[in-house]
Design a protein around this ligand. Structure first.
Ligand SMILES: Cc1cc2nc3c(=O)[nH]c(=O)nc-3n(C[C@H](O)[C@H](O)[C@H](O)COP(=O)(O)OP(=O)(O)OC[C@H]3O[C@@H](n4cnc5c(N)ncnc54)[C@H](O)[C@@H]3O)c2cc1C
Length: 386
């Protein structure tokens, strides 16, 4: 289908960016789009997904090649997320978590031994990682977490529980955030085989059905000292991971929005009612025109954010604004385009309802829509309203 690029943002991309975007799009068209509806209906992951994502360089794209990453810039990372989410938010979530929430903290705060041990396997998708921050009693306020890391012999004992964790049931390792005896936030790498560690699956989701979600439960799990991330002792650790993932989400959801827009446009041109294509009626044109306007604004925002991020100048507050705006934009387009398809909008023959249901999670995770608004409010006024 024709590129959705009303303001020629593609001209701002390098040849390498365009090549990577094309490669990931081709991967999604071949490996994801033909199979994703059935996987989502059956509430299971696409088989072999992580290995396939690793093979196309979609895991840890900005991690240096020395550690198995692709050493690409932040715009390339954004474009990869966009093309993955045009397939399904579950596929983008898997790559986001592995890249920004697992590989990023190990690369940024880990020891050289930890980098060498974990990053190449994570980049290939041979190992699947998860990220444990949210707890049953602490979602938007993770700094009040209750999971505890207490010294024991030459290592530590980990106790507590994390909830709503992407890939928990299938992870080989988890980067987990816990409070030490001084109340400082520490990051630890918990391996699947550690005694006292379990990962029950969360069933019956209506959203992100092709992504496994679950709990991480720690019952006196012994953590050797070499599994503690040495270079972080505060909320800066998990928040910096979230910044990286939220930035990727701001791009990713543009992919879902474009998939809905293109589906709706094609349908509107072909579907005739009252003797004319529904695309000829003003009400449907209003929808399509607004979809394209909102997609264009989101593309420009994420592209500019990517430039700032490449220069090390993107602020967490700018990232909050882009995540909030773009996810809401995609969700509204999914909801409106579902209506444009009439009854056809509710069946799996078209991707819209699946995108819509997925985006109901994306608007909540990685900071809710409301919390991101309060972050902008705080930035403008200096008053924290949360
Ligand atoms: C599918 C899925 C996957 C996820 N994956 C992960 C993962 O991999 N790792 C991880 O750690 N977490 C994960 N999460 C958890 C997610 O980050 C949390 O759900 C999110 O941070 C919100 O927390 P909560 O659900 O506890 O909502 P709450 O914090 O209880 O919020 C409930 C409502 O209250 C509002 N609210 C809260 N505080 C305030 C305030 N001060 N002022 C105004 N309104 C307020 C919120 O905006 C929200 O609308 C995932 C969630 C989902 C749904």
């Amino acid at each position: 289908m024709k590129e959705v690029d009303y303001f020629q943002v593609q001209e701002l991309l390098s040849e390498e960016h365009l090549m990577i975007q094309g490669m990931i799009r081709e991967f999604i068209n071949r490996e994801v789009k033909p199979f994703i509806d059935v996987a989502a209906q059956e509430h299971r992951e696409l088989s072999g997904l992580m290995l396939k994502l690793g093979a196309v360089g979609a895991l840890g794209s900005y991690i240096p090649q020395k550690y198995g990453g692709a050493g690409l810039d932040q715009i390339a990372y954004g474009l990869i997320m966009q093309e993955l989410e045009a397939g399904d938010s579950a596929v983008r979530s898997a790559a986001s978590v592995q890249s920004s929430l697992v590989m990023f903290p190990i690369y940024t705060y880990g020891s050289e031994e930890q980098r060498v041990k974990y990053l190449p396997k994570l980049a290939k998708g041979e190992w699947v990682g998860s990220f444990g921050l949210t707890e049953p009693n602490h979602g938007s306020d993770p700094a009040r977490m209750e999971t505890k890391l207490v010294k024991s012999g030459t290592g530590y004992l980990l106790n507590g529980a994390k909830m709503w964790i992407t890939n928990a049931p299938v992870c080989d390792l988890a980067v987990v955030w816990a409070k030490d005896e001084e109340g400082k936030i520490r990051g630890v790498i918990v391996e699947r085989t550690m005694v006292g560690f379990s990962t029950p699956k969360t069933e019956n989701k209506w959203s992100l059905r092709a992504s496994m979600t679950g709990e991480l439960i720690f019952n006196d799990v012994y953590i050797p000292r070499e599994n503690v991330l040495p270079d972080v002792r505060s909320m800066k650790g998990p928040l910096s991971c979230l910044n990286s993932a939220r930035y990727g989400i701001s791009w990713g959801v543009i992919g879902a929005a474009i998939d809905c827009y293109q589906t709706a446009l094609k349908y509107a041109m072909e579907r005739e009612q009252f003797g004319r294509p529904i695309a000829a009626y003003q009400l449907q044109q209003k929808k399509l025109a607004e979809f394209l306007t909102e997609i264009t604004k989101a593309q420009l925002m994420s592209w500019r954010l990517g430039v700032l991020k490449n220069e090390g100048r993107a602020t967490p507050q700018q990232i909050s604004m882009a995540k909030r705006n773009n996810v809401n934009m995609a969700l509204q387009i999914a909801r409106e385009s579902r209506q444009l398809l009439g009854a056809m909008g509710i069946v799996g023959d078209f991707p819209i309802m699946r995108h819509m249901m997925n985006l109901e999670s994306v608007i909540t995770y990685e900071g809710t829509h409301d919390i991101h608004l309060l972050i902008t409010g705080q930035d403008i006024t200096g008053f924290s309203a949360f």
